[in-house]
Design a protein around this ligand. Sequence first.
Ligand code: SF4
Length: 318
Amino acid sequence: MAANDKEVLVKADHVKVYFKGKKRGQTVKAVDDVSFEIMKGETFGVVGESGCGKSTLGRTLIRLQQPTDGHIYLNGTDIAGLKGAQLKEMRKEAQIIFQDPSACLNPRRTIKQILMEPFEIHNLKGKIDVDAKIMELLQLVGLDSYHLSRYPHELSGGQKQRIGIARALALEPQIIICDEAVSALDVSVQAQVLNLLKEKLGLTYFFISHNLNVVYQVSDRVGVMYLGKMVEIANYDQLYEKRYHPYTEALLSAIPQVDQEEQKERIHLEGEVPSPYDPPSGCHFHTRCPKACDKCRHTAPELKEVAPGHYVACHLYE
Ligand code: SF4
């Protein structure tokens, strides 16, 4: 699922993440045979309702979660089976920013101590000028040296998220997973943080959010997930022009447009997202799809290229 001529940074190849269910013999297929690529320098956004597997996929891409099956290539190296020192070394290249910055900042440590942690973990103290690096990071995220002696509870939500970003950037990673990274912030602060991530830093991002508007704003390409499956992948412009999958159509009809003439009629999906413990047979979306046919109930569609760089998993386009 490549984006034409750019260089591939991450390649997920038939990645599966299964968990044991509460009942004996029960399996939850949180991520079920997902393949796609993330290009160097792009922001790959992922949308889907709660429980669709997008956070599990993000954690798996950087090996915070072990895949059950499949391969994950980072710069051509399969990281799915890495252990010990090799896994630790890989972690320098891939970082994550979580939704709640408070939960990941130790309340008993000062901001300086918190920003020091990545360098301590990777034994870089003494090898590089850590103090200078911390000052550089602080300036990059728009904070001042006096913040270094503060504790997390003395900072605002936006400032704490900036510290989370600074810490994620400390080891100069190649990719950052943003898991609802701006969801807890005020709209005005969201814009500042998004601008910081996208415009100033220009890294590669895997951007997860339940907020379609935010994903749409920041992403070069967008992947749509439903019950552990990737059902549509396309670049921003393609999706804006045409969405093929009925689920994408419904999801994106909810985004308000500035131009009222461009506002699509909102498509309301019937019913709840089915339980991942017992997903529907065939196409998982068939129980809610207004276009479902008999084949949809027993045969799962494969993700296929329907236009250059535009991939869809739906029997309507085979
Ligand atoms: Fe709807 Fe069938 Fe397409 Fe699934 S495969 S999205 S049920 S039309």
